[in-house]
Design a protein around this ligand. Sequence first.
Ligand SMILES: O=C(O)CCC(=O)C(=O)O
Length: 241
Amino acid sequence: MVSVMILRAISLSKSLSSSCRICCRRNISSAESKYAVLIQNDQWHKYLSFSDGFDKESRLQFSRDLLVVNNFVTDGEEKSLMEELTPVLKKMHYEFDHWDDAIHGYRETERLNWNPNNMKIIDRVRKIAFPSETSHIPLVHVLDLAEKGFIKPHIDSVRFCGDIIAGLSLLSSSIMRLVHENEKSKYVDVLLQRRSLYIMTGTARYDFTHELLDKERSIFKNDRVERGRRLSIICRNAPLK
Ligand SMILES: O=C(O)CCC(=O)C(=O)O
């Protein structure tokens, strides 16, 4: 599975990332102009909660590199995606004791072909997340986290993934925590509402680990987030050369 490889290659990503950063960064300005409309909406205080380690400037920078679009899909679209995925996922068991222990309580698959209605949703994600000049990875990663499931901190390997990660959150809201790789006091909690889309790029993609908090730790700005089973549909662009 691509994702498992992505997660397992974390240490590799650390050594490769500095050499790749120069070419990775080149795309950011076009990504930024593409996201300009979303950034102008300036809703980030609703879904980002910064630790004190962030000054004003780095909050602003980060809010450009981690965008969340609430209600990206409708109830009906969520249902339609789940109808297509359920027969596939039902054949699998949730893994709780995986040997590399990067994700706890999950099952996953990758999907190339979707039914026409769902393909339109995937295309919408790609259209908003990826600048036209970037090539996306055709396989879409589907990660089904059980209610007790969580994802440990990692940075996706630059060997398997480009500079943009876009994820739809279905079935449950959740908290993604990003912690600066070298300054652990610098962290951000991201509220991923059910049916929202996140787009991670730039400093959020390369300089911060990301993790999906378990049910007990799912608290956003002092409010508990009801974490149940969560399914994410993740589109990535191709590794940069
Ligand atoms: O479920 C998500 O939204 C994130 C998944 C993730 O961290 C990964 O596959 O690397």
